[in-house]
Design a binder for this molecule. Structure first.
Ligand code: SF4
Ligand code: SF4
Length: 184
């Protein structure tokens, strides 16, 4: 579990509890995509006063951003956005609505972030349960299941009609390959 440390003015979780389902919480040994045993979906947390530090410090991207509209509220969008510490964005999607990220305006925004991100090595990922999909400017690459510690490497090379991107899995020591300047 990672994410921003503060909520933007005017933003609140409301009745949302989606992060208690879709995220892995190491302190509870809770895996992605299953409800936390302490969650009361649509209500809150049964151990709110003693919840783990990971839960206390987590604010999803919707909550942390003053720019994202209420369409992005996870209770509506079924997407929990995470700003990764290493850079980039992960959209963690409720496995009960696995196509949520392909709907407007989410898909278009993820693509826009992907176009901005490749030039500065900030990848955009979609995660549905343990499955990871790399969102690239020109396509998506389904990377399937990723082992703990595995990284995603984004590569770019010139093609006949502009830059061609690819994503692949690599070991923990991998870095994101330098991306070519997009050619339009
Ligand atoms: S997903 Fe975001 S809005 Fe929903 S409960 Fe978690 S932090 Fe709050
Ligand atoms: S302990 Fe509470 S806040 Fe943390 S995941 Fe479980 S229900 Fe959510």
């Amino acid at each position: 579990m990672s994410g921003a440390m503060t909520a933007a003015p005017g933003k609140s979780c409301g009745s949302c509890t989606l992060c208690c389902k879709v995220l892995r919480i190491a302190e509870l040994e809770k895996e992605h995509g299953v409800w936390c045993k302490h969650a009361q979906p649509g209500k809150g947390c049964a151990i709110y006063d003693t919840r783990p530090r990971e839960c206390r410090t987590f604010h999803c991207g919707y909550l942390a951003s003053s720019e994202l509209s209420d369409e992005w509220h996870p209770a509506r969008s079924k997407i929990v956005l995470i700003a990764e510490a290493a850079g980039g964005v992960t959209a963690v999607v409720d496995a009960g609505r696995p196509d949520a990220w392909r709907q407007a305006p989410f898909y278009q925004q993820l693509k826009a972030w992907a176009r901005e991100g490749v030039a500065v090595q900030r990848p955009v990922m979609v995660r549905i349960g343990a499955r990871t999909i790399a969102v690239l400017p020109d396509r998506e690459v389904d990377l399937g299941l990723m082992d703990p510690g595995e990284q995603v490497v984004i590569e770019a090379e010139p093609g006949p009609f502009g830059t061609v991107y690819n994503a692949r899995k690599a070991g923990p020591q991998a870095i994101i390959a330098p991306a070519a300047t997009p050619q339009r």
